[in-house]
Design a protein around this ligand. Structure first.
Ligand code: GCU
Length: 852
């Protein structure tokens, strides 16, 4: 059997592209029975097409038709009173509390039972009333009812549901323009922007309502529609008119749009020669533009501001405070009811010096920059804080800034897109990572202070606060570039509504809705999803050292050396003897002291710091013994072997699901798992070799640096191929690969397998697939072709395109069950294409069941 990377091409194309995600409304197995248990009529108490209540009626009818094969007409307000609930098969009525009252319908609700966006589903005999506190609450109730139906359950008891926090937004890092024509998505791996093209809002916005529908179905009520690295043109009338079309398409789903703004807009547009937030002309500029925007988009949710960070202009450069900067926008928005989300991701990426200053630490930046500002922000400012102090790493402690803002509302910033977490080519399910921060107790003033309670406004009594997540969706039919990745968008909505949802429960629901009812599929998706984060952490960065991706390039493959000696401050301080950031109070950067005393003490003391954050807080010798009993270095080695070994099981486990779910979804996902299994070995070897080389401490189990089954390409007989030293060296076996002697050459590498006993083997070829051509390779043994493949992963996978021969482009293909005779000739022919010189790293020939 062939674990080929070409699997999708070999499979027949069938219907499920992924575009409907979890809203497929596929027929449920027990639909015959359920059909009679749901009402026979639907009444939506608002007939305006822009109203989410109207949408709710349409959606219910769509759901009944799809899920139950039941055609139901939707009646409108005028017929509601008349029909009442007398129909013999019951009536499903949806509307707001006020609309029910206007229709003289009793709603049996306590005064404070519903808060904004909440809903009550009242079930009485065969009648169902879905009552929203507001329009979108009614829509959320309808989606919740449909969610149950689509999983084969008809709700039989009345229930009430309210959101945990008022702000539940997605952020889009979509660019208006990207060097010319594209509407690209920063850190997006699902294709081009659904909003922009050629520097303007797209003419064809047909994906926007489809997307808004997905958002509404999980309770998301706001979408910032452009990149935080914002283009100043966003406030120009031609863009605002385009955004009005976007807002009009999202409004029926209760999703309010908002915009990211560039702080220096008045200057960049050439309107003023300053952007000083205290200058009256600047204030007038923003007031006028904001008024103009609200004329087009009367329900604009607000602005998102990235200022004084990573080259973005901001108030600090002109000696104004962050609060003065934030309040400028807040005051312009205030008459319209809009909110300013002001990002806490503020740090100086130009002056941090690792070698000269032991106390320098980017993690300190947010609390330092916001020091003294709590309470100085206007009421409609919310500070949007990334979950950890650095930047969406595989494991970070909760940002201490959450503990410092007692008089200012805050929101947590998460990423649905997997910037540092495998870019949708490595499976990831964020539930437990997000919970590790949301459930963290910061012990402010010695009292329980869970992050989820702070952002919901409960802990410090704030009326605002909540959640933002960088979405990353694009025009790809799967939205995110991967079917499985969509579980994170679903999860995000569910957790922002209720952070206490069960990690396992959400993924089971999502799987049923997305892939159907087969229990093996549900079990496997749940198990792999729950293993995804620890598995990835194991073969990337352990013990809180950060993800160890190439942070100077695409944030993708392994490059631990890139973490140090840069001004970005994502450091590990690894040397030949020791590793880790000393963030203790006395001897280190002092970061631990930014937490309230009980937490500060825990992290300051190496004994009480949990192993999984040890290197985040402490600088220790590689021989330091963890609570687990392993040394740091042996933990690295073991974790990398364990993680990549587990990733090898994913294709096998997925294989068992073929035929039990949609073929297209199955094969596209299989393609990712096969790739991940290979790339996890690249990760394992790169990180292990790097730290082995640095520390000179061998692996107790003798694995690191010993690969008995490998044949290095550079040791083969080469014809039109030459040696190429790979940078970083640790991302190629033996630091070297071979490349064709020119970009138009066909090269051959061959070797006699004199040390291989006659038998059946798995044969893996590690090669590099750059995004600058589609080279081809053919592997043969004794003139029998074992396989041919093309280097087109820039098309078939989703991670960022990379030009270089390194750990980001390193890739493996495996052929299973290959018969080999001792002394046979193995040959690889590589055909260069474009600028891609058909690079090969090594071949590994190993007994089936082993991993090398
Ligand atoms: C990261 C990310 C950038 C992004 C920035 C931000 O650094 O790599 O692409 O602009 O975060 O959140 O502002």
């Amino acid at each position: 059997m062939l674990w080929a990377l070409l699997l999708p091409l070999l499979q027949p194309v069938v219907a499920e592209t992924g575009i409907d995600a979890w809203l497929r409304y596929a027929r449920v197995p027990n639909c015959g029975k359920l059909r009679h248990e749901v009402p026979g009529r639907i009444v939506a108490l608002n007939n305006s097409e822009a109203s989410p209540v109207y949408t709710a009626g349409q959606e219910l009818a769509l759901g009944f038709a799809g899920i139950l094969d039941k055609d139901v007409q939707v009646s409108d307000t005028s017929s509601a009173k008349h029909h009442g609930s007398h129909g013999h098969s019951g009536t499903l009525m949806v509307g707001t509390v006020d609309q029910f009252a206007d229709a003289s319908m009793d709603v049996d609700l306590d005064d404070d039972e519903l808060i904004a966006d909440g809903y009550h589903i009242s079930i009485s005999g065969s009648d169902v009333h879905i009552i929203g506190e507001n329009d979108r609450g009614a829509l959320y109730g309808a989606f919740n009812y449909l969610n149950a139906l689509a999983q084969g359950n008809v709700p039989s008891e009345s229930y009430t549901s309210n959101p945990d926090a008022p702000i539940r937004w997605v952020n889009h890092w979509d660019n208006l323009q990207d060097g010319g024509t594209h509407g690209s998505v920063e850190r997006g791996y699902g294709g081009e922007s659904i909003f922009y093209w050629d520097g303007s809002v797209r003419e064809d916005l047909s994906r926007v309502p489809q997307y808004a529908r997905l958002l509404a179905s999980v309770g998301i009520n706001g979408a910032i529609v452009n990149n935080v690295n914002a283009n100043e043109s966003m406030v120009e009338p031609y863009i605002v008119q385009g955004l009005q079309r976007v807002a009009d398409l999202m409004r029926p789903y209760g999703v309010q749009i908002g915009m990211s703004l560039n702080f220096a807009t008045p200057e960049l547009l050439g309107v003023l020669d300053t952007y000083d937030p205290l200058n009256q002309s600047v204030i007038d500029f923003w007031n006028q533009r904001t008024d103009m925007i609200y004329e087009h988009i009367p329900d604009l949710a607000g602005y998102l501001i990235k200022a004084s960070s990573e080259g973005q202009p901001g108030p600090l450069a002109i000696n104004r405070t962050l609060a003065e900067g934030a309040n400028l926008f807040a005051k312009a928005l205030q008459p319209h009811g809009g909110i300013t989300m002001f990002r806490a991701f503020v740090y100086d990426s130009t002056s941090l010096n690792e070698t000269e200053d032991w106390r320098a630490d980017r993690a300190n930046a947010a609390v330092e920059f916001f020091d003294g500002l709590d309470g100085k922000f206007d009421d409609n400012v919310v500070i949007q804080i990334k979950y950890g102090p650095i930047d969406f790493q595989v494991r970070e402690p909760a940002s201490p800034l959450f503990a410092h803002l007692k008089n200012t509302p805050s929101a947590i910033e998460l990423q649905v897109t997997q910037e540092y977490l495998g870019q949708q080519d490595h499976v990831m399910y964020f539930a437990d990572l997000w919970k590790s921060v949301l459930d963290f107790d910061l012990r402010v003033d010695g009292e329980q202070s869970l992050v989820k309670d702070i952002i919901a406004g409960r802990r410090f009594n704030q009326p605002l606060g909540g959640y933002a997540a960088v979405s990353g969706i694009g025009l790809n039919q799967t939205w995110l570039g991967s079917h499985l990745a969509m579980s994170n968008l679903y999860l995000y909505g569910q957790m922002a509504w209720n952070p206490d949802v069960s990690s396992a429960g959400v993924i089971e629901d999502w799987t049923r809705l997305t892939f159907g009812f087969n229990q093996d599929v549900i079990d496997t998706v749940r198990e792999i999803s729950l293993e995804a984060w620890p598995t990835y952490e194991n073969y990337t960065g352990n013990l809180g050292i950060q993800t160890l991706t190439d942070i100077l390039n695409a944030h993708y493959g392994p490059n631990p050396a890139s973490q140090d000696g840069n001004p970005w401050g994502q450091w590990t301080r690894a040397d030949t003897f020791s590793i880790g950031m000393d963030r203790t109070i006395e001897n280190g950067t002092g970061f631990a002291g930014q937490y309230p005393p009980e937490v500060a003490q825990m992290y300051d003391n190496i004994e009480t710091t949990p192993d999984d954050l040890l290197l985040w807080f402490h600088h220790v010798p590689y021989t330091y013994v963890l609570n687990s009993g392993e040394t740091v270095i042996q933990h690295f080695y073991n974790a990398h072997y364990a993680g990549s070994e587990n990733a090898q099981t994913f294709p096998e486990r997925w294989q068992a699901l073929q035929g039990k779910m949609d073929q297209q979804q199955w094969s596209e996902t299989m393609h990712k798992f096969v790739y991940q299994a290979g790339h996890s070995i690249v990760w394992r070897d790169a990180i292990n070799n790097f730290y082995y080389n640095l520390s000179d401490i061998p692996d107790e189990l003798g694995r690191v640096g010993h690969h008995p089954y490998r044949i290095e390409a550079e040791s083969m007989e080469l014809d039109n191929y030459e040696l190429y030293p790979v940078i970083p060296w640790n991302t190629a076996s033996n630091k070297t690969c071979i490349v064709t002697t020119s970009n138009s050459t066909t090269g051959t590498a061959s070797t006699t397998l004199s040390d291989v006993k006659t038998g059946t083997y798995d044969v893996a070829v590690n090669y590099f697939d750059q995004a600058i051509g589609h080279a081809q390779w053919t592997l043969s043994i004794d003139d029998t072709v074992v396989g041919k493949w093309v280097g087109d992963s820039d098309v078939t996978l989703s991670h960022a395109p990379v030009l270089y021969i390194d750990g980001q482009t390193a890739i493996r293909i495996t052929f299973n069950g290959v018969d080999i005779k001792k002394g046979a000739t193995l040959k690889i022919v590589g055909v260069a294409d474009g600028q891609e010189p058909a690079p090969i790293d090594y071949v590994s020939i190993f007994p089936p069941g082993e991993v090398d």
